[in-house]
Design a protein around this ligand. Structure first.
Ligand code: NAP
Ligand code: BGC
Ligand code: ZN
Length: 358
């Protein structure tokens, strides 16, 4: 079968031929329909994040997938059922309390692998296998947009944790700032427009630009970080109750504290490289304490977050989803899916011709 992989000595994804995987006990065989590409995939390809499967000279890419069950293999799934796989799996031969509790997303480094990212082959292949309890059913109508379930599930987790951190008192967030106008930031921006009255999205682009058009379309206000650094959002606009960081620009983690209203919460999702810079640590520490502010980190997502993302996506207008998909290409011509320029938001690699059950 065809698959798209990155080799250890290369920074260019390539088409490779691999045997079709055989499902083991408890696993189903899934025929892949679409796989999305995000900032993390670019970090994996450039060697900035993740690691190859032990002993392998390549890793099949892809963690944002949607497919159709081809062989339920006695798992109780139905042939033709559309599914989205979760990303984390137990490391070979191990299990641990996080997986026993279905909280793999809370496992520390070393206690999980991530398909297509950390030590395990991904889903960017004509077929993949997965334990059935890591496959989230979605309706057929959502299949063209199924690649958004995984990234939105990351956001559903971050929002659940951020709101939980403010659950001990009466908290009514009215304004939120999303940092980053990549695919994760824009999807999250729409999500937050469903929950808070006023939203801001921080980027560093000039108009005309397709991401800034999206910000306008969802009724949000664009903030150019070259003119208004994140810590100056209160002076230029207003203090915000929620910050969602999706830039991977490390100073944003600390500037967020100053953008927050008292009792606000900032969720950090970006994964920057090591970066040393100066901050007023004492001032920020004091601000966190005296204003009851909260900074949380959030990574990955669990089954319930995928279910929440599925429900949310069903409510998202398809013209907005179409706006986000900028490239659809096949595995034989995968280069356009890994172009990272201002015209790209969400690139999708599509497998095979549609079949009756699609
Ligand atoms: P992406 O495509 O790299 O998007 C990042 C966006 O941030 C880009 O649009 C970039 O603008 C913008 N940006 C960077 N620095 C900025 C600055 N100083 N001011 C304003 N805008 C700035 O990545 P993504 O897929 O949306 O994901 C965002 C980040 O979250 C990545 O670091 C990714 O690894 C991480 N991530 C984490 C999780 C998790 O579970 N924690 C899940 C998914 C992704 P330009 O395009 O104009 O340069
Ligand atoms: C993926 C998550 C993963 C994270 C860190 C994100 O792009 O969507 O599932 O946990 O990267 O590797
Ligand atoms: Zn991702």
């Amino acid at each position: 079968m065809k698959a798209v992989a990155i080799h250890r000595d290369s920074d260019t994804p390539e088409l490779v031929e691999k045997p079709r995987p055989e499902p083991e006990h408890g696993e189903a065989l899934v025929r892949t329909l679409r796989v999305g590409v995000d900032g993390t995939d670019h970090e994996v390809v450039s060697g900035g994040h993740g690691r190859f499967p032990d002993g392998a000279d390549h890793m099949v890419l892809g963690h944002e997938a949607v497919g159709v069950v081809a062989d339920p293999n006695g798992t109780g799934l139905d042939i033709g059922q559309h599914v989205v796989p979760t990303v984390r799996r137990k490391p070979d031969g191990q299990t641990n309390d996080y997986f026993r509790r279905s909280e793999a997303d809370m496992a520390p480094d070393g206690q999980y692998v991530e398909r297509g990212i950390v030590g395990a082959h991904g889903f960017m292949a004509e077929y993949f296998t997965s334990p059935a309890d890591f496959l989230v059913e979605i309706p057929a109508s959502l299949a063209p947009y199924g690649v958004f379930v995984e990234p939105l599930s990351n956001t559903e987790k971050a929002i659940e944790h951020a709101w939980a951190a403010r659950s001990a008192f009466e908290w009514n967030p009215e304004a939120a700032a999303v940092l980053g106008n990549g695919p994760l930031g824009l999807l999250t921006l729409w999500r937050l427009t469903q929950t808070v009255d006023r939203t801001y999205c921080v980027g560093r682009r000039d108009r005309p630009d397709i991401t800034l058009d999206f910000i306008d379309e969802v009724g949000s206000t664009y903030v150019d970080s070259r003119e208004t650094p994140v810590d100056e959002i209160p002076a230029a606009h207003e203090v915000v109750d929620v910050v969602y960081e999706a830039t991977g620009y490390a100073p944003h983690a600390f500037q967020s504290i100053e953008a927050l209203a008292p009792n606000g919460v900032a969720a950090l999702l970006g994964i920057p490289d090591s970066w040393t810079f100066e901050i007023d640590g004492g001032g920020l520490h004091t601000e966190l304490v005296l204003d009851n502010k909260c900074l949380i980190g959030s990574v990955n997502s669990g089954y319930t977050h995928f279910e929440a993302a599925r429900e949310r996506l069903e409510a998202m207008p398809t013209d907005l989803l179409d706006h986000l998909i900028t490239t659809v290409t096949g595995p034989e011509n995968v280069a356009p899916a890994f172009v990272d320029d201002d015209d790209q938001i969400k690139a999708v690699v599509a497998f095979g011709a549609p079949q009756a059950e699609d």
